[in-house]
Design a binder for this molecule. Structure first.
Ligand code: XMP
Length: 504
């Protein structure tokens, strides 16, 4: 495997995903947690960082731990850090360099640039620049502005690149990573969905034997794929629980239960909406709503799970990005997302997380590999607290009904117009304002809703989706005509950051 040491860059996860796309297993670890004793490591990548190498608080490592033992590739800060630490100079670039650049020259003989075209476009994002390389290092690529755009330590498998090969705008970035991971580090490229299913099913069989396992289904792709994988391994010994908190999409509880039954899963559906509505009555604070839903969810799930008296394991659809230890540079919580707190300890359940090494796109590939229906696999992400975080202010069953109807028109419309798969996530927000309108000869004074659709690759950043005007006109018309209580539709054109995807 390849180890990616994270120095806090926004694009570290992207490096991981690119390496996995090369059918190569990799792990992302905090910069100071290199696994010294792991014999399966074949190479190391050092990520970028928000810091400058000469900042007092900059993250530093002892290069002797890895140098001379594995091939190393430093990206941006990673490149600057190695250069700086080994005797070179790094200085502020004067102006921050951000955006497209082209390689004005590069060493065609260097294995890192095998197959590169002249003037290959690369993506820069840095405030510092390497002004002098350490002794024995040679420049292997330059752009018009950056002389030391890439270097190698002579006679040593140690490279640094100032640009970001992991981002889409570095046109041959994937080739560079392939040259490093496959040719230089010698990856056998044997990490694939098919091999994952085979080895995981075998491991689960060995780990679980005849034990009974409980799994909480949410309707989302992660828990669904986890369930199908476990079902393949242990069949009837898996019991799934699917809780309806009353704030799912229109007909979702019924439809998803039906899907699960078709997949042959042993699933118990629990309609607990009355309890959730009662406990949420009058609550307006977003964090408070999340807490109540999280707490009630655990209570309902727990009561159901206790009926399965011989259960030994609790399975979850946790995926790799949920677990990557983040360096949390700002130390602030923006939203508390993880609302399933887990079960009481006295149940003595052991945790089983079969997808814990996978990125989202890999989870989807595994689902397809097992023959799951496409609509389950490509389903948009949906927040755990559901429509509760899309009703600004207090929640009532009536508001949920209005929102479900509007949301259903929007989502169905996206499907009908072939736009659903082009957006990462979409939904409708019920606003706590009323506005004046006119219908027939009547004055109306009704609610406003906002449509939200975003493009994204990981929900960390997102842009508002540029949907066709004709489509928006149709959706707006349908919502106002068909959803009683709504007389105004807006479209949210904010990106993340500085906004977030959800409104609460
Ligand atoms: P934000 O609003 O932070 O959302 O840009 C990023 C992603 O997380 C989802 N989200 C949640 N998921 N519980 C969840 O399970 C939550 O409380 C929650 N809040 C936001 C959101 O839908 C988007 O995919």
């Amino acid at each position: 495997k390849i180890i990616i040491l994270d120095f806090g860059s926004q694009t570290t996860q992207l490096i991981g995903r690119r390496v996995r796309e090369l059918d190569t297993f990799c792990e992302i670890l905090p910069y100071n947690k290199f696994p010294k004793e792991d014999p399966s490591v074949i190479g190391v990548i050092l990520s970028g960082s928000p810091f400058s190498v000469y900042d007092k608080e900059a993250f530093k490592i002892d290069l002797d731990e890895i140098r001379g033992k594995y091939p190393i590739l430093g990206i941006c800060y990673g490149a600057q850090f190695m250069s700086y630490t080994l005797g070179g100079n790094v200085e502020p670039a004067g102006t921050r360099e951000y955006g497209r650049a082209n390689l004005a020259s590069f060493d065609k003989e260097n294995p890192l640039f095998k197959g590169f075209e002249e003037h290959s476009q690369v993506w820069m994002s840095h405030g510092d620049t390497i002004t002098k390389l350490p002794e024995g290092f040679k420049v292997i690529a330059s752009t018009d502005k950056v002389v030391n755009a890439a270097y190698q330590a002579e006679g040593e498998p140690l490279w640094g690149v100032q640009f970001h090969p992991e981002v889409f705008h570095s046109v041959q970035g994937t080739l560079l990573l392939k040259n490093f991971v496959v040719d230089i580090c010698g990856s056998k490229q044997d990490w694939s969905a098919a091999s994952f299913v085979d080895t995981t099913v075998a491991e689960l069989k060995a780990q679980l034997g005849d034990d009974r396992v409980i799994l909480g289904l949410s309707g989302g792709v992660d828990s669904s794929v986890a369930a199908v994988l476990l079902n393949k391994a242990i069949g009837k010994n898996l019991t799934c629980i699917f809780v309806d908190h009353g704030m799912l999409r229109k007909n979702e509880f019924k439809n998803v239960l039906h899907d699960y039954e078709c997949l042959g899963l042993n699933v118990i559906g629990v309609d607990a909406s009355a309890k959730f509505f009662k406990d949420l009555e009058g609550v307006t604070d977003p964090e408070q709503k999340r807490k109540i839903i999280g707490r009630d969810f655990v209570e309902v799930f727990d009561a159901e799970a206790r009926k399965i008296t011989d259960a030994k394991w609790l399975a979850q659809g946790t995926i790799y990005p949920d677990r990557i230890e983040s360096l949390n540079i700002t130390g602030k919580t923006i939203k508390s997302h993880h609302n399933v707190g887990g079960l009481p300890e006295e149940m003595h359940l052991q945790l089983c997380e079969p997808l814990k090494w996978l990125f989202k796109d890999e989870v989807r590939r595994v689902g397809r590999q097992m023959g799951m229906p496409e609509h389950l696999i490509t389903r948009h992400p949906f927040p755990g607290p559901g429509l509760a975080v899309r009703i600004l202010g207090d929640i009532t069953p009536e508001k949920v009904r209005v929102l479900q109807d509007a949301d259903d028109i929007f989502i169905q419309g996206l499907r009908d117009w072939g736009l659903y798969d082009q957006v990462w996530q979409a939904g409708v927000i019920l606003l706590p304002v009323k506005s004046v309108g006119v219908m027939g000869d009547e004055r109306t004074y009704e609610r406003a809703v906002a449509l939200r659709a975003v493009t994204s690759t990981d929900a960390m950043t997102a842009d508002w989706a540029h949907l066709p005007y004709d489509f928006m006109a149709k959706v707006s018309n349908d919502i106002i005509n068909k959803v009683k209580g709504v007389n105004r539709v807006c479209y949210d054109i904010s990106s993340k950051p500085p906004s977030t995807i959800e409104w609460e």
